[in-house]
Write a protein that binds this ligand. Structure first.
Ligand code: TMP
Length: 210
């Protein structure tokens, strides 16, 4: 008998919202329940995708080139990693997916939403995450968190505050249009409180039905 399809969980938010810490929490929680979990990220997740990531995070390019490369990396990621994992019954936990293209290229760079929509339709048709955590934080706070880390900033992190404000706004609009799968988590509170909310949401939304 074929395995039942695994679940697809994604993490989103402006740079500095703190999502990566919670990716690890969710992966540990699912593995502790004996589930087969694939933890991956975008752009990236495959050898080709990681090469594209290097360009995307460093090189200046036309907004449409940026969107096309994001979706090219995504197509490869779906074919090599995400679709086979879900088909064998594994759970896929992905740090960013197409909501990020709507937010960054659509909101941040002003790319026509209809173009994002047609690329999304082409690349992953009806496949959408089962659950998306959107970590929401005012850009000024996110920026202060990144500055504290004292590391070299990538191309997106170097953008001005108004870019990050537009990315945040586009994420919130996307969440409002898909409330059945996108959960907005206020990321400014204490990390232990955020962790608790993430765990409870995961259990109610995905694990209670297993
Ligand atoms: P991160 O792995 O630290 O989150 O960085 C990835 C960066 O790439 C982040 O600034 C958001 C950006 N990005 C886009 O602009 N569009 C996309 O579709 C994706 C997946 C990421």
């Amino acid at each position: 008998m074929p395995a039942s399809r695994g679940k697809f969980i994604t993490f989103e938010g402006i740079d500095g919202a703190g999502k990566s810490t919670h990716v690890a929490t969710v992966v540990d929680l699912l593995r502790a329940r004996g589930l087969d979990v694939v933890s991956t990220r975008e752009p990236g997740g495959t050898p080709l995708g990681e090469k594209l990531r290097e360009w995307l995070l460093r090189e200046a390019m036309h907004p449409e080139t940026e969107a096309l490369l994001m979706f090219a990396a995504r197509r490869e990621h779906l074919a090599q990693i995400i679709e086979p994992a879900l088909a064998r019954g594994a759970w896929v936990v992905c740090d960013r997916f197409s909501d990020a293209t709507y937010a960054y290229q659509g909101g941040g760079r002003g790319l026509d939403k209809a173009k994002c929509l047609s690329l999304e339709d082409w690349v992953h048709g009806r496949l959408q995450p089962d659950l998306t955590f959107l970590f929401d934080l005012p850009p000024a706070l996110a920026c202060a968190r990144i500055a504290k880390e004292g590391r070299e900033l990538d191309k997106f992190e170097q953008e001005r505050a108004d870019f990050h404000a537009r990315v945040r706004q586009a994420y919130l609009e996307r969440a409002a249009s898909a409330p059945h799968r996108i959960r907005v988590v206020k990321a400014g509170r204490d990390i232990e409180d955020v962790k608790k909310i993430v765990e409870e949401t995961l259990v109610t939304h995905c694990l209670s039905k297993n």
